[in-house]
Design a protein around this ligand. Structure first.
Ligand code: SF4
Length: 336
């Protein structure tokens, strides 16, 4: 049972003595210490039990912090994020959050909450306005460069270990359409650019037939490192799993937050899973737009590599892909 000393004082109870140190100490990775230090400030009474449960997990598996799909780790990270967000807002509104000693005595939490909520809403409005102003001032480029540089050192999942480099998105940051593929292929991994291999060439051809100028769109991938298995000298593409897609999701989210496109197009199931946050069926979503928070209007179609692999009805599948792109181009023009 875990208690905070100030909460113990509140009920006039003597704090329990610290337990004797147990034998069999073990080390934990530094990121866990940082995570625990933040989570411990959360008001959720379960925070200690959750941290303790994860500590036990680390004792059995020292690499448990690397499993981005672990629901317990995910919950702890969400708690840490909430704490960081509140700390940020506290810094933005010191006059609301740090009243003098007398003011604290007179101020009940319920009296303070409307001010804090109003302050937080005003802060969010300011942030959106600042973001728009930064775009107008060209600072989006700097922010994109900084996110891109950060992603180049990403180690959130194991894929960085064997790939040549991170392949980030490319294209104009004012693009109205963002195309999201699955992951870089062999050639993209070597070139450091998305969609330059055979699937990329087919994609360019289909875009041209659909009347979309690729140079005016932004193209990127849901997963930024090439996942493959070696067969002799060849590196054979391997589909990223749910944990890898989830681990890489924050990069695509940051790209979309900076570009704020009218349309975001998922090419294939992996990209759709990343955008929708869950596994979806392409055939059920294809051919129309879907309102999605933070993404603009989401469209879904197949990945061009599917058209290279498919054996039956190759021409019909390609024509359908071009037709999808045609609808997307038309919709983008209508929104513009
Ligand atoms: S695939 Fe994504 S999450 Fe994994 S290491 Fe690369 S950039 Fe990071």
């Amino acid at each position: 049972m875990w208690q905070v000393e100030s909460e113990v004082d509140l009920f006039n109870m003597a704090p329990a003595p610290a337990p004797p140190a147990a034998e069999g100490a073990f080390s934990v990775p530094r990121p866990f210490v940082d995570l625990a230090r933040t989570v411990i400030r959360h008001r959720d009474p379960e925070r200690f039990s959750l941290l303790y449960a994860f500590l036990c997990r680390l004792r059995d598996n020292p690499r448990a912090m690397e499993d981005a799909a672990d629901p317990l780790l995910r919950r702890l990270e969400l708690m840490a994020r909430a704490v960081r967000r509140d700390m940020h807002k506290t810094r933005a509104f010191p006059q609301l959050c740090e009243p003098g000693e007398d003011e604290w005595k007179n101020m009940s939490e319920t009296a303070l909450m409307p001010d804090l909520i109003a302050g937080a809403q005003a802060w969010e409005t300011q942030m959106v306005a600042a973001s728009v102003a930064e775009m107008a001032g060209g600072n989006v480029t700097k922010r994109w460069e900084s996110v891109c540089a950060e992603a180049a050192h990403c180690t959130r999942c194991d894929l960085y270990k064997h790939a040549t480099q991170t392949v980030f998105g490319e294209g104009p940051l004012g693009a109205s359409i963002v195309f999201v593929g699955e992951q870089p292929g062999d050639q993209e991994d070597l070139a450091g650019k998305p969609f330059v291999g055979p699937a990329g060439q087919l994609f360019d051809k289909a875009l041209a037939e659909a009347g979309i100028d690729r140079k005016r769109t932004y193209v990127t991938n849901a997963v930024k490192h090439f996942k493959f298995v070696r067969r002799g000298k060849r590196r054979i593409h391997e589909k990223p799993n749910g944990g890898e897609i989830a681990a890489c999701r924050s990069w695509i989210q940051q790209e979309l937050a900076l570009i704020r496109p009218e349309l975001t197009v998922a090419l294939g199931a992996t990209a759709a899973r990343s955008l929708f946050g869950k596994a979806v069926t392409i055939s059920a979503l294809r051919g129309k737009g879907h309102a999605l928070a933070d993404v603009g209007e989401a469209w879904v179609t197949v990945h061009p590599s599917f058209l290279l692999r498919v054996r039956d009805n190759k021409e019909e599948e390609y024509a359908r892909f071009v037709e999808d792109l045609g609808h997307i181009g038309k919709r983008a023009r209508a929104l513009a």
